[in-house]
Design a protein around this ligand. Structure first.
Ligand code: UTP
Length: 220
């Protein structure tokens, strides 16, 4: 069976402030040139966080905050699907994602349900379709020993699932907030031995997909 690569494309990458149309066009080129199957999960980024914080200020529940975040991920997913000339109908559950994946070479999804993130969605889909590789394309180039803005932070090119989980242990999560890969996603990839690659930059993604040298953190 043809291999599938799952890519979580961060909202911070799709819409840093306004839509990064140039990046989307480059992304289209990279995915079009590749022969494998792809599932792309679009994130919500700053736009989602802005919507979430407005509702949070008004005392909305966590699930309402999540639901408005999900709407933004779906809007971004439709944008990515449109750029890739794919149907506008995006999956809203793992089952729907799997159905589309059976018929299409490329599937684009947004969020699924409150309480998770688009990284969690990517991990759930990877598990459901038996994908072995999960790329988290975000705005940081990988995992560091501590906050990369702090002095003495060192880049980690490769880390085991268990070491990564130790780093996650003290991280607080909530609507619009999570670490580079959240706990739900981290659990699924570990249990199913799905290799995670955290990277940034289109040239880097291209290099990874073509089996060339790239900068990023591999979790396995
Ligand atoms: P993201 O997962 O995209 O989070 O969804 P993010 O922090 O914006 O990540 P990047 O920057 O795109 O990588 C935005 C928010 O939408 C809700 C969560 O509140 C999440 O923080 N969400 C998303 C869900 O509740 N369920 C989902 O399936 C997806």
């Amino acid at each position: 069976m043809m291999e599938t690569v799952v890519i979580s494309l961060g909202g911070s990458v799709i819409v840093p402030d306004s839509i990064d149309y140039n990046l989307l066009k480059q992304f289209k080129k990279v995915v079009s040139a590749d022969k494998r199957k792809f599932v792309i999960v679009a994130g919500g980024g700053k736009v989602a966080r802005n919507y979430i914080s407005a509702l949070k200020n008004e005392g909305a529940s966590n699930s309402m905050q999540d639901l408005i975040g999900i709407e933004i991920t779906r809007l971004n997913a439709k944008l990515v699907a449109g750029v890739l000339n794919l149907p506008f109908k995006i999956p809203e559950t793992c089952q729907q994602a799997k159905q589309q994946w059976k018929k299409q070479r490329i599937v684009v999804s947004g969020g699924f349900r409150p309480g998770i993130t688009t990284d969690g969605v990517g991990a759930e889909i990877a598990k459901a379709i038996g994908a072995k590789t999960f790329i988290n394309y975000t705005n940081v180039d990988g995992v560091y020993t501590k906050d990369p803005k702090l002095k003495g932070a060192k880049f980690i090119p490769e880390i085991s699932y268990s070491q990564f989980n130790k780093m996650l242990a003290g991280v607080k999560e909530g609507p619009g907030m999570h670490f580079i890969l959240d706990k739900h996603a981290a659990k699924i990839v570990e249990q199913n031995k799905i290799k995670v690659i955290i990277l940034s930059g289109m040239d880097n993604l291209k290099a990874y997909l073509e089996g060339r040298k790239f900068k990023g953190t591999v979790i396995n």
